[in-house]
Design a protein around this ligand. Structure first.
Ligand code: PLP
Length: 409
């Protein structure tokens, strides 16, 4: 053992970003009277019929390794679902099951890029895209999703980022943290760009079932060359079961299988049985949860949009980005002061990319009352900080702190 424990960590591991969301969760955990809007998972329990199917499967022997690419039953269930949805034939052999969509995405990234290659990632975007790209040894290049553009990619700007080293691009619709759902025109443009330049389009559609009055235009539907990734976590409230899946060209599936083998071997057998039951059973639960998120979105929009704090009304997922740029605060400091002074835990925008530094992400996974109180506290914090900035520029936070504390009392 050496005294210098850092020297035992590889530069690759040491260079990985740590999660700003986890940091906020840790900070908030020890505090009382905190409204939790930072959490990125459904607030519902897994529907009962899915748990019962899993329990029956475990008793019937689903307790062993499965094939690396997943059970035949689950691969067939995914193939059936995607064939029906996309109106084109998807074979079970084009499906590979992973230990959560995160593992499927990582396998897709490792299959597509390596050292010397570039991968295009959204800014703001889910932070794990960056970590998995760095683990693959690839160079990330970020394409902007601007609030002025409703957090949609600018195809002309994207074209300028593509070069001879571009080997892959990740797109995420509906988006985390933006809530943006790409319209067909954009999706067509992205698919065309990937074909023209011969790079792999990896499409993360994990929030595909959580849509508010808009049509989903699935990049995966555009053809067998797109690597589509989704999973059970968000649509069926199954985050802890760890089941995701990808639909990809056969050679990509084979490569992902080789990558998955030394990492996880396979997704848990019991969870795969649960996922098969979820995909084959009653689907009303999915719509019911989406309707609750829609109602909660309305609560947020009503309160924040008239004040200009919601730059874009989310069309999908269960997140909204709140614009607090008028406070003059940014990044982790913005989220920490919102937590410490106003008692609202959020995900700092900076964790999703530099362009979102003066925003925070809130989640509709909280119940209605928490969302209402959380929005009110955010508004008071915003007003107090703006006031402080205008009248006591350069001074400490005390004045705003007093205003907020009085209001909360
Ligand atoms: N993709 C996005 C955009 C996510 O937000 C998440 C989870 O938060 C995932 C993928 C991973 O989901 P899973 O639980 O299936 O690994």
């Amino acid at each position: 053992m050496t005294d210098d424990s850092e020297s035992m960590i590889s530069p690759l591991a040491a260079g990985l970003p740590s999660s700003g969301i986890r940091k906020m969760m840790r900070m908030a955990a020890g505090m009382h009277d905190v409204v939790h809007l930072e959490v990125g998972e459904p607030s519902f329990p897994t529907p009962r019929h899915i748990i019962e199917a899993a329990s029956a499967a475990a008793l019937a022997g689903a307790t062993r390794y499965t094939p690396t690419a997943g059970t035949d039953g689950l691969r067939a269930a995914v193939a059936r679902r995607m064939s029906a949805r996309w109106r084109r034939e998807v074979e079970p052999g084009q499906v590979i099951v992973g230990a959560g969509a995160v593992a499927s995405l990582a396998a897709a990234v490792f299959a597509a890029v390596g050292p010397g290659d570039e991968i295009l990632l959204p800014d703001p975007g889910w932070p794990n895209y960056l970590s998995m790209s760095l683990l693959a040894g690839a160079t990330p290049r970020f394409y902007r999703l601007r609030k002025e553009d409703a957090f949609l990619p600018d195809l002309d700007e994207l074209t300028t980022l593509v070069g001879p080293c571009t080997k892959a691009m990740i797109v995420n619709t509906p988006g985390n943290p933006t809530g943006a759902v790409f319209p067909r025109r954009i999706v067509e443009g992205l698919v065309a760009l990937s074909r023209e330049h011969g790079f792999t389009l990896i499409s993360d559609e994990i929030y595909e079932e959580i849509l508010f009055d808009v049509e989903m235009s699935s990049p995966g539907s555009f053809g067998p060359d797109v690597v589509y990734v989704s999973g059970m976590s968000k649509s069926y409230a199954m985050t802890g079961w760890r089941v995701g899946f990808a639909v990809a060209p056969l050679d990509v599936v084979q490569a992902m299988e080789k990558i998955q083998e030394p990492l996880v071997s396979c997704a848990p057998a019991i969870s795969q049985a649960a996922a098969e039951a979820a995909l084959s059973g009653p689907q009303e639960v999915v719509g019911e949860m989406a309707r609750v998120y829609r109602r909660r979105r309305a609560l947020v929009v009503e309160r924040l949009a008239p004040l200009g704090l919601l730059p874009v009304v989310p069309d999908g997922s269960f997140y909204a980005l709140v614009d607090l740029s008028a406070t003059g605060l940014k990044g982790q400091e913005l989220a920490e002061r919102l937590l410490l002074q106003a008692g609202v835990a959020t995900a700092p925008g900076s964790t999703f990319g530099p362009s979102a530094a003066s925003l925070v992400r809130i989640s509709f996974a909280a119940d209605d009352e928490d969302l209402v109180v959380g929005c009110e506290r955010i508004i008071r914090f915003h007003d107090a900080m703006r006031l402080e900035r205008g009248t006591t520029a350069g001074s400490t936070r005390s004045r705003a702190e007093t205003i907020i504390t009085e209001e909360r009392a």
